[in-house]
Design a protein around this ligand. Structure first.
Ligand SMILES: Nc1nc2c(ncn2[C@@H]2O[C@@H]3COP(=O)(O)O[C@H]4[C@@H](O)[C@H](n5cnc6c(=O)[nH]c(N)nc65)O[C@@H]4COP(=O)(O)O[C@H]3[C@H]2O)c(=O)[nH]1
Length: 710
């Protein structure tokens, strides 16, 4: 009966000689029948190395009479991956005297395999929970296998690019030495792992390549296992299959987490850091630099005229350029630096441990961006304005250094772009002054300190005033009248231009209507419009509401826009302009000739009027070039069926020249300075009863007496 049980059962005498063994023992020892084993010892069967520890246990059982139960041991036959649970009890005769030992053992390899797998699984899960980086995880898997499987050495190959596999490491150097592989060669050369495995196989050593794959079949890595001096048994193969399957799932998970973390902290387009991560990493670098007495340079970089590329070549081309520039910046800063994209075309670069010389670094950065690049079939040479702030002299906090580098970048832009500028204290003072001024301006808009003066526009032929241009003034409580040249750019920069522009529109329409109500001849009032206002989607509604509230007819309102404004986004400009003209409002192109409109572009815009910039009028009629330009603009307007008005007309000679050239409409000091509303009323109808008699030019810069009527 005991021959039919799969467990190993035997009895030995006091000298360790087999008295009996069942068939399982006999077969395991490679013998044919029970009789063959009787009288033999473990020394006869396995040699001294394996037999001695068994004999020692059995001797202890015989000497002490205490049974030895349930000890897991590696099986003697079948290699280190086979496990038996053995128990030995003393063999006693009828008088109870110990005469030998009885042993029984059970093959627990399957249980051991699943226990090993479970322990490996627990440790892999631990690594996932700890969120170890994928590279570290690979190392962990190979180390775990070596730790858990006796006599096995591992190495890992990881795909690089599309198909190339590269040696990524092995937990113990013994794999390399035992396989006699040159690490140098392995680290640099692409490996065909199959070939490598075949080359390493020998009659004694077993080498196998096992894929670690993602759940979608992608190859994560190839694990090369070497078992020195023996072949694997099925339990080991099962264990390895389980581990690689688990590792594949774990890597899927880790990669997904890494990707989520990467996307949260990196810019999707360029792969550079996002602002939050930059702040964090820079703060860390600053902490270290403070401890080690080192300097850190923070550069703020803004591409010059990037919008133009986006608008002219399309957004894909713009994206391509940004990617190329980002790659160049990464190359330029090396592995110690940080590079972040913090806005459309704005980058921040951090160079740790810089010496005294900042300029060569800033210059190298500028040069790295300014390389010629092929974008959408065009060779572009992008330029950048760069501002640099240095730790510790220009700030101690990340946000402060970035803000100071930003200020220096603005100075570089003002210097004419494509330049690098180092931060200085006066920039911070200027910025805080600007901030204060913006605040004052905000209050000024709310408190009614913004008022309008109106400059008359006249037909030189008939002498009739047909319109006025509304020009904003800021009556500052302590500084007097402030020119729009200083507060309009500030309003544009701070975004306040929307409120300010709405206020100007409202004042101008109300004033034009009140002149009409006073019985004065209807005038067209021209209002300047900034790019921000023009891009605001609520503009048409605002204009129509203001017209409705003031009761001014739309045909009495003209909106002046500049060439640069409409060229920023031609399609959007055409849409906004069309909506405005549909209201009945007319559109004039201001400062014409100073921008870069082409004839074909002009044809697309629903414009009624071209205003010739005063810089061309200034030298007429003495300067032949300007005469030619002005004549050309006049005939261009005629060709396009537009009205034309000359700005900045100051002399009779200029007026005569314009009339002769075919331009009848004019505006300028010859006709009149910008005037307060009551002065305009007097100008239009000096004898009119309802008009205030004492209108005065309140501008400190221009005197009422300066204006004259031709
Ligand atoms: N040398 C000379 N100058 C003359 C002559 N005739 C008029 N000017 C000046 O030229 C400017 C004409 O306005 P602009 O080109 O629209 O240029 C305006 C316009 O671009 C801007 N601006 C004024 N008010 C507003 C506004 O309400 N909104 C916006 N967005 N911009 C405004 O400020 C600029 C400057 O306005 P101002 O200082 O009022 O300066 C006015 C006017 O005083 C002349 O014969 N000779």
């Amino acid at each position: 009966m005991i021959n039919h049980v799969p467990d190993y059962i035997y009895a030995k005498d006091l000298q360790g000689r087999f008295l009996y063994a069942n068939e399982a023992v006999v077969r395991n020892n490679g013998l044919a029948k029970v009789e063959d084993i009787i009288g033999l010892t473990d020394f006869d069967l396995h040699g001294p190395e394996l037999a001695a520890p068994i004999a020692a246990i059995e001797r202890r059982v015989i000497d002490t009479g205490v049974a030895d139960m349930g000890i897991d041991e590696c099986a003697i036959k079948g290699g280190p991956d086979r496990w038996l649970m053995m128990s030995r009890v003393p063999l006693r005769d009828a008088e109870g005297k110990i005469v030998g030992v009885v042993g029984a053992s059970r093959d627990i390899t399957a249980r051991k395999t699943s226990e090993r797998l479970m322990s490996v699984q627990a440790r892999l899960l631990g690594m996932i929970l700890d969120g170890v980086p994928v590279n570290e995880f690979f190392g962990g898997v190979t180390a775990l296998i070596e730790e858990t499987a006796v006599g096995v050495k591992t190495a890992l190959f990881v795909p690089q690019g599309d198909k190339e596999l590269r040696f990524s490491g092995c937990p113990t150097a013994s794999w390399l030495t035992a396989t006699r592989l040159d690490v140098q060669e392995m680290a640099t050369a692409a490996q065909d792992v199959e070939e490598l495995v075949t080359g390493l196989q020998s009659s004694s050593d077993y080498v196998k390549a096992v894929d670690i794959r993602a759940s979608d079949g992608r190859l994560h890595a190839v694990l090369v296992l070497t078992i020195f001096g023996r072949r694997p048994d099925p339990a080991f193969c099962e264990f390895i299959a389980g581990v690689t399957r688990l590792a594949g799932i774990a890597i899927d998970r880790l990669q997904a987490e890494e990707r989520i973390r990467f996307l949260a902290e990196h810019d999707a387009l360029t792969g550079l850091l996002k602002r939050d991560r930059l702040d964090h990493d820079l703060q860390e670098l600053l902490r270290k630099a403070a401890d080690e007495n080192k300097r850190i340079a923070v550069a703020f970089l803004d591409l010059d005229n990037f919008k133009l590329i986006n608008d002219s070549l399309g957004h894909d081309a713009g994206d391509d350029l940004l990617k190329q520039v980002a790659a160049s910046i990464s190359d330029a800063i090396g592995s110690n630096g940080l590079a972040a994209r913090i806005g459309g075309d704005e980058f921040v670069v951090v160079l740790p441990d810089v010496g005294e010389e900042i300029w060569p670094l800033a210059e190298a950065l500028r040069a790295s961006v300014a390389k010629p690049r092929l974008v959408a079939g065009h060779e572009l040479r992008p330029a950048a304005s760069i501002g640099v702030a240095v730790f510790p002299e220009h700030g101690s906090r990340a946000s402060q250094l970035i803000a100071h580098a930003d200020l220096a970048m603005y100075r570089a832009k003002r210097k004419g772009r494509d330049a690098a500028v180092l931060f200085t204290k006066d920039m911070a003072e200027e910025a805080s002054l600007k901030l204060r001024r913006s605040e004052e301006l905000r209050c000024a808009v709310e408190n009614g300190e913004i008022l309008l003066h109106y400059q008359p526009q006249k037909n030189l032929k008939t002498g009739k005033i047909f319109g006025v241009e509304a020009l904003a003034r800021w009556r500052h409580p302590t500084e007097g009248m402030i020119s729009p040249c200083s507060f309009i750019p500030l309003a544009e920069e701070s975004g306040l231009i929307l409120e300010l522009g709405a206020k100007v529109l409202e004042l101008a329409c109300r004033q034009a209507r009140s002149w009409q109500d006073a019985g004065l001849p209807a005038l067209k009032v021209a209002v300047n419009m900034s790019a921000r206002q023009f891009q605001d989607c609520g503009l048409t509604t605002l204009v129509s509401d203001v017209l409705a509230q003031s009761g001014l007819s739309p045909c009495c309102l003209e909106i002046e826009i500049t060439e640069s404004l409409i060229m920023q986004d031609v399609d959007a400009a055409v849409r906004s302009m069309t909506q405005l003209t549909e209201l009945g409002v007319t559109l004039a192109l201001d400062d014409f000739g100073t921008g870069y409109s082409s004839l074909s572009m002009l044809k697309r815009f629903p414009l009624s009027k071209l205003k010739i910039d005063r810089s061309f009028i200034a030298e007429t009629p003495t300067h032949p070039d300007d005469n030619a330009i002005v004549s050309a603009i006049i005939s261009l307007a005629r060709t396009l069926d537009m009205e034309v008005l000359a700005e900045g007309v100051e002399t009779e000679a200029q007026a005569d020249f314009l009339l002769a050239a075919g331009c009848e409409a004019a505006q300028g000091y010859l006709i009149g300075h910008p005037l307060p509303p009551e002065m305009v009323a007097r100008l239009l109808a000096p004898s009119h009863a309802k008009v205030a008699p004492e209108g005065r030019e309140t501008s400190g810069r221009r005197k009422a007496g300066n204006f004259r009527v031709k």
